[in-house]
Design a binder for this molecule. Structure first.
Ligand code: NAP
Ligand code: GCO
Length: 265
């Protein structure tokens, strides 16, 4: 064992919505650190695709079909994982969606859908795993927050409301269950290259960069989009014993966006 213990050997980690994208990268990092990886996705075809990707990466992951907004399905999946794999030591609430619609044009139904996946689901999934974590003597919950946990922008009212709420759910879980050796922290990724942000990076018909792409490069002191790999170290840190006295914290992994006022004229 190293002086600083980043090992996840012997731990079971459930990463929600991790067939690809940020969740998949975090799962890869957890497997590299020694954890047994479990993921879910909304349908069998997504799970099958995910399983193929894990096989390709030589990771013996277990995949479950489960819609994280469906409380009954989540409870059943949590019980199955515990029986078939083991008590969940690490939960990453990663599954998420975004709808980019100006607020006055957005239906209440669309707003609710985003809140359901991005805020209600982390509540439902965390609630399903906390009792066993308490019985086992502790656990780690990591909520994938966003720049929109701190900032607003045009067209993302529901997403910002959900991710701001997720930041406070994180602090509340830490407050309520910290005494049971449960650490609940958040990761706030900056702008990361995944399918979720692909429409913001599409090349224009003349081959030039998307205006939003240029905007993000200018807004990020690192002058680039993040990669899913940028999230691996922070995710392992927050899942490991190295972070045992960190609770209710949101670790922003944003290339400096939140520190920067923007380019001076
Ligand atoms: P992504 O590429 O769209 O992946 C999201 C995953 O969640 C997909 O596998 C998706 O399944 C799954 N999912 C969606 N709804 C679900 C549900 N009801 N039940 C189960 N699984 C569900 O997104 P990403 O960019 O990797 O983002 C992952 C997380 O990071 C999200 O919470 C996102 O908000 C957050 N985030 C992303 C960025 C970024 O720049 N990319 C930045 C900050 C935060 P399908 O296969 O059905 O789509
Ligand atoms: C958007 C983006 C973001 C990012 C991310 C930033 O439309 O502004 O999709 O919200 O995905 O959450 O941290």
């Amino acid at each position: 064992m190293s002086a600083i213990d980043f090992s996840l050997e012997g731990k079971t980690a459930w990463i929600t919505g991790a067939s690809y994208g940020i969740g998949f990268a975090i799962a890869q990092a957890y497997a590299d650190a020694g954890a047994t990886v479990v993921f879910n996705d909304i349908g069998q075809s997504q799970v099958d695709k995910g399983l193929a990707a894990y096989r390709e990466a030589n990771i013996p992951a277990r995949g479950y079909v489960c819609d994280v907004t469906d409380e009954k399905a989540v409870n059943e999946t949590a019980a199955r994982i515990e029986k078939e794999v083991g008590v969940i030591d690490i939960l990453v609430n990663n599954a998420g969606i975004i709808k980019r619609i100006p607020m006055t044009e957005m239906s209440a139904a669309d707003f609710r859908t985003v809140i359901d996946v991005d805020l209600n689901a982390p509540f439902i999934v965390s609630k399903a795993v906390i009792p066993s974590m308490i019985k086992k003597g502790g656990g780690k919950i990591i909520n994938i927050c966003s720049m929109m946990s701190e900032l607003g922008r045009e067209t993302v009212s529901a997403y910002a409301a959900a991710k701001g709420g997720l930041k406070m759910l994180t602090r509340n879980i830490a407050s309520e269950y910290g005494g049971f050796n449960i650490q609940c922290n958040g990761i706030g990724p900056g702008y990361i290259e995944t399918p979720q942000t692909a429409p913001l990076r599409e090349r224009q018909s003349d081959g030039s960069r998307h205006p939003f792409d240029q905007f993000i490069i200018a807004k990020t002191p690192a002058a680039r989009w993040g990669t899913t790999g940028d999230l691996k170290g922070p995710a392992v840190f927050l899942a490991s014993r190295a972070s045992d006295f960190i609770n209710g914290h949101i670790l922003y992994v944003d290339g400096g966006i939140l520190a920067y006022i923007g380019k001076q004229p």
